[in-house]
Design a protein around this ligand. Structure first.
Ligand code: AR6
Length: 170
């Protein structure tokens, strides 16, 4: 089992599932969501329409269509409102529920973007800590995943994850 960080455009990864930092409508948007919809093609939006939205922290799955990834797991992250509005718990739920859905769908390799740290304003280091902690806890519980990737879009984010993953407990 490997937990790793790399810098890449998540739409290029050959993994079983990529996670989409969506919004609660699940009908697309900017940032990584827009990139995923563009790369997957219009069939993704049609599949998302059938999902009926999702609550913050929930996760829902579709095929990846034209993407190299077999599936897209859509999860709306929390909007950062100062940190005292349950943001960390909601972000943790995004990671936990996405991983559980990946396992349930037979995935062995999963890649995450830095959920909520773009338009939604979550401070990147605090978000990375939640992501690493929650993912480690999930993997320790005996899940059958082979590889989880934190797919960073910037060198700054990659440095954050590299430092966190080098900490004891990895
Ligand atoms: N591959 C990997 N990471 C990316 C890519 C990419 N192609 N493009 C951007 N990122 P954001 P959020 C990084 O804003 O904060 C959308 O409109 C980006 O640098 O995409 O959760 C949704 O529909 C950042 O580190 O997501 C929602 O309305 C990270 O992805 C809202 O934005 C997340 O940034 C969600 O906001």
């Amino acid at each position: 089992m490997s937990l790793e960080a790399l810098r890449a455009d998540i739409t290029t990864l050959f993994v079983d599932a990529i996670v989409n930092a969506a919004n609660t409508t699940l009908l697309g948007g900017g940032g990584v969501d827009g990139a995923i919809h563009r790369a997957a093609g219009p069939a993704l939006l049609a599949a998302c329409r059938a999902l009926g939205g999702a609550m913050t922290g929930e996760a829902k799955i579709t095929p990846g269509f034209r993407l190299p990834a077999r599936f897209v797991i859509h999860t709306p992250g929390p909007v950062w409102r100062g940190g005292a509005h349950g943001e960390a718990d909601l972000l943790a739920a995004c990671y936990r529920n996405s991983l559980a859905l990946a396992v349930k769908s037979g995935c062995r390799t999963v890649a995450f973007p830095c959920i909520s740290t773009g338009v939604y304003g979550y401070p990147p280091e605090a978000a990375a800590r939640v992501a690493a902690r929650e993912t480690r806890a999930f993997l320790k519980s005996g899940a059958t995943l082979e590889r989880v990737i934190f797919c960073c879009f910037s060198d700054e984010d990659l440095a954050l994850y590299d430092a966190l993953l080098a900490e004891p407990g990895a």
